[in-house]
Design a protein around this ligand. Structure first.
Ligand SMILES: [Zn+2]
Length: 452
């Protein structure tokens, strides 16, 4: 009996081992099958290590890149340049995360059918970007270095995001041999991967923090004598602004007033609200994680703390995140994350569709409304509403002092308030000088194309 019992026990052990192994295999198969099939060395799916089939189209269906063979880019040279930082180059120098992120969807894989349709039907990835806006942005930037971007703050669709300098992937210049410096950082997508000293566009965040902290903020008055002594140092303005209410202090971009506003808010509250607004937080979408900004006033006192609230000190912003902050204000205080891939289709199968935008409240509706009114006032009294015919643009300029004898970075951030054109934007021009004169004509041309 004992011998039979022993054998039964061993047989049962083997049965359990088999069952366990089967369960393990099946769970691994369903969980990781896609990874196994689409691993980068698979000769069935790829030519070499590259996805060998599929097309990338703009929001209107225009061809941006056909991945078959040696890759075919858009027929238009300026469109090829404008799209470089999204569709990449043949050498692989430009990082294109959207391609790797959606390879499984482009190839057409599922656990029951395996790779079911790659051989006969190329995948079609449709982006949210507009070729017309990309080309207008490229032309408007000209020889300047930086980025210009626009997104829909209700849906999250990225309509335009151009980085300069760039190059034509069908006519690659001698970048390694260039000594003029005009291709510095050419492979970098400045919209997603760079950070800038924000300068005065950061006053939007400081103002928002002030409005969230104190109910009486709008009743306050601020006097500017051109210099405001604080701690052992001082904060200066380029001219004497005199006595101002909060709205005028903002449209004058008065540093002395903002030093006083920072004192009223206090260091801890300022830090807390900047974090809550997600101004410096990195954003993730479509396989991209944007560069992390910086706002750290834990060791900032007096003059340093004041300059931090004015967008200097150690402040850094990523253009994509800051554009999202503009979108949150425009959207009544709720942030909507951007995205660039709209759908992926293989044959008649829709293998991917962008999810509905998340709506995270970052500030009260009341604060967002006051900020909108103030940002609109800036355009009306300072920048000129005639620069944006037919559009209700709300915005703020900035001049990020970078030091080292270099010209400051010119910045411009804001949004269109009109229901038909719910677009938020940012422009950053390196060594650009003053934000208003450089950036306004650029975004004006892009919005003209998008809002018609
Ligand atoms: Zn002033």
């Amino acid at each position: 009996m004992n011998r039979i019992a022993g054998r039964t026990f061993i047989a049962m052990l083997l049965v359990f081992a088999l069952l366990g192994g089967t369960v393990f295999f099946l769970s691994e198969y369903f969980a990781k099958g896609e990874e196994w099939v689409l691993f980068s060395g698979s000769p069935h799916v790829y030519g070499g290590t590259k996805l060998s089939t599929g097309m990338i189209l703009d929001r209107d269906g225009a061809l941006l890149l056909d991945l078959s063979g040696d890759k075919t880019y858009a027929p238009d040279a300026s469109l090829r340049k404008a799209m470089l930082h999204w569709t990449g180059d043949r050498q692989g120098n430009v990082y294109t995360p959207i391609l790797s992120e959606y390879t499984p969807d482009m190839v057409g894989y599922d656990a029951f059918n395996g790779v079911y349709s790659y051989a006969n039907e190329p995948g079609r990835m449709t982006l949210t970007l507009s070729s017309k806006a990309q080309k207008a942005a490229l032309e408007a930037m000209g020889e300047r270095v930086g980025t210009v971007a626009v997104y829909n703050y209700r849906t999250g669709e990225l309509l335009c995001a151009v980085t300069t300098p760039n190059f034509d992937p069908d006519n690659v210049p001698d970048i390694a041999g260039d000594t003029s410096g005009s291709y510095e950082g050419v492979y970098l997508n400045r919209f997603t991967q760079s950070v800038y000293i924000p300068g005065s566009i950061f006053k939007i965040a400081t103002l928002a923090a002030a409005l969230e902290t104190r109910r009486d903020m709008e009743d306050m008055r601020f006097t500017c004598d051109g210099v405001y002594e604080i701690g052992s140092g001082d904060v200066t303005c380029e001219k004497i602004h005199g006595k101002q209410d909060l709205k005028s202090a903002f449209s004058n971009s008065c540093n002395c007033a903002f030093a006083q506003i920072v004192e009223l808010v206090g260091r801890d509250k300022l830090q807390q609200y900047v974090e809550q607004f997600a101004v410096t937080e990195s954003v993730s979408f479509d396989g991209i994680t944007t560069a992390q900004g910086n706002f750290d006033v834990s060791n900032a006192y007096g003059e340093s703390l004041a300059w931090a609230g004015i967008g200097q000190y150690t402040d850094q912003i990523n253009p994509c995140s800051f554009m999202g902050f503009m979108g949150a204000i425009a959207n009544g205080g709720k942030g909507v994350s951007p995205y660039v891939v709209s759908t992926v289709q293989v044959g008649s199968h829709r293998t991917y569709r962008a999810k509905a935008a998340d709506n995270r409240r970052v500030m009260s509706g009341a604060t967002a409304q006051i900020l909108t009114e103030y940002l609109r006032n800036n355009v009306e009294v300072k920048y000129g509403a005639e620069n944006f015919p037919g559009l209700t643009v709300c915005a703020k300029t900035g001049t990020g002092e970078v030091g080292g004898g270099r010209k400051p970075n010119a910045m411009f951030a804001g949004f269109v308030e009109d229901e038909a054109y719910p677009y938020a934007f940012i422009v950053a021009v390196e060594d650009g000088g003053y934000g208003s004169s450089v950036c306004i004509p650029i975004i004006s041309k892009v919005l003209k194309v998008l809002c018609q």
